[in-house]
Design a protein around this ligand. Structure first.
Ligand SMILES: Cc1cc2nc3c(=O)[nH]c(=O)nc-3n(C[C@H](O)[C@H](O)[C@H](O)COP(=O)(O)OP(=O)(O)OC[C@H]3O[C@@H](n4cnc5c(N)ncnc54)[C@H](O)[C@@H]3O)c2cc1C
Ligand SMILES: Cc1cc2nc3c(=O)[nH]c(=O)nc-3n(C[C@H](O)[C@H](O)[C@H](O)COP(=O)(O)O)c2cc1C
Length: 782
């Protein structure tokens, strides 16, 4: 096969060498526009896992690279005058220059022809090639030449960064966070060769311009930063090498090939430098492309197989990199965190490294984190002995004892998810919440045995708070004819049976979510047709504006008049009174998911021109009136929460910054905690799903306005819950489907963590039982 690689960076050179070693008959040429010794930047980082991958793919390359690696285990964070070190991270640094030399030598020794100072400007020059590999970096000329066939999205990030070197040998991957009159400067520094380190400085645009860096030459930049970081550099100089201030471009392209031309490495995709994976991704692409070509005789099929294998891995890494770059773009937000929590937040910023990973890497550091979280929780809860429902004396004495049946008990702080949490007089025994989930099994609003068993078993399952489903404030407020209600006296009695069971038999608290379906009412049950209008027996709908949910088939709601608003407020007030009678511990008002109150908040569903439409203040007016009316009848000692949709995932809809304003207003009106969900406002939403995909919205609200938050959405592992709580991304974690899958989710998490969550008395024999897990949690079915 005749192969041309455009670009002699790590991706192109590694692929060329691998392919030639696989079959020396291939005729392979690398075309590089620079000279052999030209390169930008200083060092690259490889994790131990990446090196293991290289060792498996090509032992010769591994040996060549491994000789030059500088290894370190520690990450050091310098923040607010403190230095916090965490160990066990297993990284290696290497000079980019040396890496390229090793890869060049090996490629040449294998018989690859490497031509320097040749720039590819058109594809015509490669007409005779069977395969053209575009490994020509982030600004790929080849990708640009194929722009009619390959779509490219370039997301140019706002922060400015400059990649410098220094002679100071940093013994750890070192971060500095330094405030000056111009703003906050972040430094990412690591050693890549004896006596040589990379020193990347990053800041916000406004800091960059305020410091005059937008007008500085390379020398002036180095001089300014040498002065700024004189103490950190300890007398060492900064070294420049085409060190210009840049903005990071996150590149996504689709597809990765056109005809016999295939993209590889930065030409196809980039991931922010803070996850240190660009070189690794280019090299992993090279291995995957070689494997695909070896497996398939037909080039088109091989290129498809290469993309099918690599795209999910690359996109997953890009999601992690996106979370990481957001953390660095928003570091200002976290500057009030205590150093230990700040460090934990930094280490877990990509949402991939969890509390549990850090236990494996650095148990001592993790114990400090857990100790700090437990101490904060104790301070927040105040006097112990009140865990459980409001006014109930429960079991708080678990803090400080850990042990599993048969294991030795040792004194150590509880895992973060098992720390208590106070909202007014309600003290929850832990941070796990069963999310409200409609069951569609009520009879004219009256719930029955199903609800008792459903909520009762989840309370027995160990969650700190069990939320009853969206419970409607009038018959016409229902989503479907089978929805639960609190609009008749007998509804309170039916709910009281559930509430009493939970209070009597478990340490859990129980809350209820009051709602009005608005334009999403009068529909079928979830499993019969989600949001689909009833064929018969429907009722008239109201909403902020007369906009049907499905434009082609949902009934048009009536735009609410002031009289309608008064009626709805009266319904909510009556329902809050009934909830109080039933004995619920927490009252949540549903202002999310496109239902009535949400329809006022979102500009997509509120086109009113009166004082209830337009600005966010106006759009919040009616929801706040409802909130205030409920707060007035809800007991002072009991907390209230509000569920919101932080984004609509649709153009022109709610965005996270507007959600911050919504939360700010709720906070000012006495809302104790905001339950941060997203979407379900319009049928054509385009959500960006993924693990913990809504958690960043809770994190933002919590830190920007100092309000307590609940995170919800694709939280399914106890590792994630511990991580969210310890990092302070939210105060409580709300899990829905995980609790359908496993009502005893919290008990099982406690067991896995070795935390002694007491069993109910009739189940005490469980303390001498050792479960045998004979199934795999892989999701694969055999
Ligand atoms: C500040 C910063 C820090 C980074 N830190 C790390 C890190 O710590 N770890 C890590 O793994 N990655 C890091 N990266 C990313 C890493 O440098 C790249 O992801 C990696 O080099 C990608 O390899 P590549 O072969 O795909 O592209 P490149 O390394 O960009 O190589 C492309 C090559 O193609 C050549 N070329 C371009 N156009 C043409 C043309 N028309 N004709 C001929 N030749 C051409 C270029 O001269 C270049 O040599 C960092 C990047 C930046 C910007
Ligand atoms: C069966 C079912 C019913 C739901 N009913 C409600 C509800 O009554 N109120 C509400 O706010 N959200 C409701 N939701 C949304 C969940 O509370 C939760 O926000 C969503 O499922 C995302 O969390 P998860 O990824 O943990 O499942 C429901 C979800 C499911 C699966």
């Amino acid at each position: 096969m005749r192969i041309v690689c455009v670009g002699g960076g790590p991706g192109g050179l590694y692929f060329a060498g691998l392919m030639k070693k696989a079959d020396p008959r291939h005729n392979i040429r690398v075309i590089e526009r620079n000279r052999p010794d030209d390169t930008f930047g200083f060092g690259v980082v490889f994790s131990d896992a990446t090196m293991a991958g290289i060792a498996e793919a090509d032992s010769e390359a591994y040996r060549g690279i491994a000789r030059h690696l500088v290894h370190w285990d520690d990450i050091e964070v310098n923040y607010r005058g403190e230095r916090i070190t965490s160990t066990g991270h297993g990284f290696s640094g290497m000079s980019r220059h040396t890496l390229l030399r090793v890869l060049q030598e090996q490629a040449c020794a294998a018989g690859v022809e490497v031509l320097f100072e040749r720039e590819a400007t058109s594809l015509d020059a490669f007409a005779g090639a069977d395969l053209v590999v575009a490994a020509d970096g982030a600004n790929s000329t080849v990708r640009h030449l194929l722009r009619d066939r390959i779509r490219t999205a370039v997301d140019l990030r706002p922060n400015r960064f400059v990649w410098l070197g220094t002679t100071k040998p940093f013994p750890a991957f070192t971060f500095y966070f330094t405030r000056t009159e111009h703003g906050l400067w972040r430094v990412h520094a690591y050693q890549y060769a004896p006596g040589r380190s990379t020193f990347i400085v990053e800041c916000r645009e406004e800091t960059w311009t305020a410091a005059g860096m937008d007008r500085a030459t390379e020398e002036e930049t180095a001089a300014f930063l040498e002065h700024l970081f004189a103490r950190e550099l300890d007398g060492h100089r900064l070294i420049t090498n085409r060190s210009i201030w840049r903005q990071f471009p996150t590149i996504r392209s689709d597809p990765w090939s056109a005809g016999n031309v295939v993209l590889l490495g930065d030409a196809a995709h980039t991931a922010h430098f803070s996850v240190g994976s660009g070189t690794r991704m280019a090299m992993e692409d090279a291995v995957a492309l070689r494997d695909a070509l070896l497996e398939s005789p037909d080039i088109a099929g091989a290129l498809r197989a290469y993309e099918a294998k690599r795209r999910p891995q690359v996109e997953s890494l890009q999601r992690a990199a996106q979370a990481s770059l957001h953390w660095f773009e928003d570091t200002e937000r976290y500057m009030s965190l205590e150093p230990i929590q700040f460090t934990f937040s930094l280490l877990t910023r990509s949402l991939r490294i969890t509390h549990e990973d850090l236990r494996a890497r650095d148990p001592k550091f993790l114990a400090q984190v857990d100790e700090w979280v437990a101490g904060e929780a104790e301070r927040q809860v105040g006097h112990v002995g009140q865990v459980g429902q409001v006014g109930q004396v429960g079991q708080a004495g678990q803090v400080g004892q850990v042990g599993q049946a048969g294991q030795v008990r040792r004194a150590c702080p509880p895992p973060p998810m098992f720390t208590p949490f106070r909202l007014r007089d309600l003290v929850l025994p832990n941070r796990v919440i069963v999310s409200p989930m409609c069951q569609y099994l009520a009879d004219d609003g009256t719930i029955g045995d199903w609800h008792l068993v459903h909520l009762g078993s989840r309370a027995m399952g160990g969650a700190g708070l069990v939320m009853a489903e969206m419970t409607d404030v009038s018959r016409d407020a229902r989503i479907s004819p089978w929805c639960a209600g609190l609009y008749k006296p007998e509804h309170a009695a039916a709910w009281k049976r559930v509430v009493d069971f939970v209070h009597r038999e478990t340490p859990a608290a129980i809350g209820v979510q009051l709602g009005h379906a608005g334009r999403k009412g009068s529909t079928q049950r979830l499993w019969e047709g989600d949001n689909e209008p009833l064929a018969e027996g429907g009722w008239p709908l109201i909403s902020a504006s007369p906009i049907p949910y499905f434009p082609d088939r949902s009934p048009v709601p009536r735009e609410m008049t002031r009289a309608d608003m008064d009626c709805v407020i009266a319904d909510f007030t009556r329902a809050a009174g009934l909830a109080r009678e039933a004995g619920f511990d927490l009252l949540e008002i549903h202002m999310a998911h496109g239902y009535l109150l949400a329809s006022f908040i979102s500009p997509l569903t509120n086109t009113r021109t009166d004082e209830y439409g337009g600005s966010i203040d106006n759009r919040m007016r009616f929801p706040l009136e409802v909130f205030d009316a409920c707060r007035a009848v809800w007991p002072d000692e009991k907390p209230m929460s509000v569920r919101i949709s932080a984004v609509d995932w649709a153009p022109g809809g709610m965005e996270p910054d507007a959600a911050v304003e919504v939360a700010r207003m709720l906070n000012a009106h006495g809302c104790d905690i905001v339950d941060v969900s997203a979407g379900q406002t319009v049928p054509d939403q385009q959500p960006v799903y993924g693990r913990l995909f809504q958690t960043p919205f809770a994190d933002r609200i919590r830190h920007e306005i100092g309000m307590k938050t609940m995170a919800v959405g694709n939280i399914s592992s106890y590792m994630d819950v511990n991580t969210i709580i310890a990092a302070g991304r939210a105060d409580l974690c709300v899990l829905a489907r995980a609790h359908l899958f496993d009502p005893y989710w919290t008990r099982h998490a406690a067991w896995m963590l070795g935390y002694p969550l007491p069993w109910p008395d009739p189940y005490k024999s469980m303390e001498r039982y050792m479960p045998r897990f004979e199934f795999k949690f892989t999701g694969e079915r055999s």
